[in-house]
Design a binder for this molecule. Structure first.
Ligand SMILES: [Cu+2]
Ligand SMILES: [Zn+2]
Length: 205
């Protein structure tokens, strides 16, 4: 008889169903609050677009030019455009990003091909396991010795740990064999010969 007189409010937590409802409502409130609160950015990384330039000059050759690198976001391909002049007419010449942006002792100071993953030399069309990040293949000069560059590369980037910003760009005196010949240097440098001109990839507005 006394039991039937106890209040049976819906919010009584002695009722397991009401307790479950209250807990659910609480978490729903917390979730809603967190989803509407303004969030601070997770990090201060620049998300793009990114733009860089390299001005190439030769140590002793007259080969020169200017190359622009553009990338709309950290995961987009990099668009490389520009012009290199005074090349041998109708030639193909190795074109790479080298490890260092140091030309203080001439183009040799830029070191080897930029190869952060320790793989073999290849063509830009090869998978990332079979090409250096810096392997951009060959540029092709016309009858006047001018190469017009218009490359989209999906492996190089201007953002993050493996950014090529601050590294070197080299145009070689010979043709890059893209890792396809029996020459002992084929899988190391593409046997592209000496360094005709080089420059440092720097940030521009
Ligand atoms: Cu090179
Ligand atoms: Zn290479």
């Amino acid at each position: 008889m006394a039991n039937s007189l106890r209040p049976t409010s819906a919010l009584s937590f002695t009722n397991p169903r009401s307790l479950a409802f209250a807990v659910l409502f609480f978490f729903l409130c917390v979730f809603t609050l967190f989803s509407v609160l303004p969030k601070p950015p997770l990090h201060h990384a620049h998300t793009g677009p990114f733009k860089a330039v390299a001005n190439l000059r030769g140590d002793s050759s007259s080969v020169k030019g200017s190359i622009v690198f553009e990338q709309s976001s950290p995961t987009s391909p990099v668009h490389i455009t520009g012009e290199i002049t005074n090349l041998d007419p109708r030639s193909a010449r190795g074109f790479h990003i080298h490890q260092y942006g140091d030309t203080s002792n001439g183009c040799l100071a830029t070191g080897g091909h930029y190869n952060p993953h320790g793989v073999t030399h290849g063509a830009p069309s090869d998978p990332s396991t079979k090409r250096h990040v810096g392997d951009l293949g060959n540029i092709h000069a016309d009858s006047e010795g001018v190469a017009t560059i218009d490359i989209h590369d999906s492996l190089i980037t201007l953002a993050g740990e493996f950014s090529v910003l601050g590294r070197g760009v080299v145009v070689h005196m010979g043709t890059d064999d893209l890792g396809r010949t029996d020459h002992p240097d084929s899988l190391k440098t593409g046997n592209a010969g000496g360094r005709a001109a080089c420059g440092v990839i720097g940030i521009v507005a």
